[in-house]
Design a protein around this ligand. Structure first.
Ligand code: SF4
Length: 337
């Protein structure tokens, strides 16, 4: 018999497993706590659980907690981890400490099929979707699991291309019986896939970050093939309607490439698209991937964009680059060891 993996199950789903053996819903909460709050990988060590239940559980299930295969530490103290699924798919996770805010950047797929021209994950190809358990494991099986305050879905893969598992993982991250983080501490990133973005907005309250590249469709479709089927301007129009209803943060991630998307024309267009909206823009330097000719805009240019966006009434910030020396920065994850 193949044993069921507990990691990735909700408290209700755990209860469905133990109910036939005569145990109660409160036992399923204790099991979830052992997994998600105490990160115990050995069922025989689960906390406050009757011995009989541990024996029954061990005969039909495994915890599903799997340690990373390898890790590398950046000079800025970010740590990149390599994981492998039981089926042999590899993917990476980055832990980013920053004073009181400790963020885990999780992958949702091994590789990605979106094919963005500037991204190392796209060059790695697409190997498959990760399950909710494989997503959660990236947070609770790293040595810093106790310290995690924020989770961002910005690692390998397009979260909207694996939406059900992403929403299931988000539910475990924010449930009281799970990791119990606030929904404001969870951010899901996308290049914009419909109808999944709309479904995400309807079904959840987590933050959404839209990766833009260019406000001009003709230019964007060259670098972000998803633009052909899912024009980003339509997605921006859609998300403009949501901030009032929900408390989530909506943002645009704008990676800046020298002489490509950092001209005055781009700045004017960004201002016209984002003026009078509650959408924030995060400006990021570009990290060149292998054989890529483009290079990042200068720090001065990023500051110039930020200044002009702010004086136009748009909330804008420059995101610090983290983990570049270990290929852990934005767009560099490619399961390399
Ligand atoms: S930028 Fe995101 S969506 Fe595009 S290929 Fe890379 S991981 Fe996939």
């Amino acid at each position: 018999m193949v044993k069921k993996s507990l990691c990735g199950l909700s408290a209700d789903e755990i209860y469905e497993i133990i109910e036939p053996t005569g145990f109660t819903a409160s036992h399923s909460i204790l099991i979830a706590n052992s997994l998600y709050k105490k990160h115990i990988s050995d069922i025989s060590h689960f906390d406050k659980i009757p011995k009989k239940l541990k024996e029954v559980l061990a005969s039909i299930a495994v915890s599903g907690l799997i340690e990373p295969l390898a890790s590398v530490v950046s000079k800025d103290n970010s740590v990149k981890y390599l994981f492998r699924t039981e089926k042999g798919m590899e993917f990476e996770t980055v832990y980013i400490p920053d004073r009181k805010r400790n963020t885990v950047c999780v992958s949702t797929q091994s590789g990605c099929r979106m094919g963005c021209s500037f991204c190392a994950t796209a060059k790695y190809g697409f190997k498959g979707n990760l399950s909710a358990g494989e997503i959660i494991n990236q947070i609770i099986s790293i040595p810093q699991a106790e310290k995690v305050t924020h989770v961002v879905f910005m690692g390998m893969g397009e979260p909207m291309d694996n939406l059900e598992n992403v929403l299931k993982a988000c539910n475990i991250i924010t449930s009281e019986w799970g990791l119990a983080l606030g929904s404001r501490n969870v951010t899901v990133s996308t290049v914009g896939i419909m109808p999944e973005v709309e479904e995400f907005l309807i079904r959840s309250e987590y933050n959404l970050a839209l990766s833009l590249y260019s406000p001009f469709s003709a230019q964007r479709r060259i670098a972000v093939p998803a633009e052909l089927k899912h024009p980003v301007r339509q997605i921006i129009e859609l998300i403009k309607g949501y901030p009032v209803k929900k408390k989530r943060r909506l943002s645009i991630a704008y990676v800046m490439f020298k002489d490509i998307n950092d001209t005055d024309k781009h700045l004017e267009e960004l201002i016209s698209v984002l003026k009078n909206t509650e959408i924030r823009i995060n400006l990021l330097p570009y990290h060149p991937v292998l054989n890529e000719q483009s290079c990042s805009s200068s720090e001065e240019r990023l500051q110039y964009f930020k200044h002009n966006l702010i004086i136009s009434g748009i909330s804008a910030s420059i995101r610090k680059s983290r983990g570049e020396d270990i290929s852990a920065a934005c767009g560099l994850l490619a399961a390399n060891r």
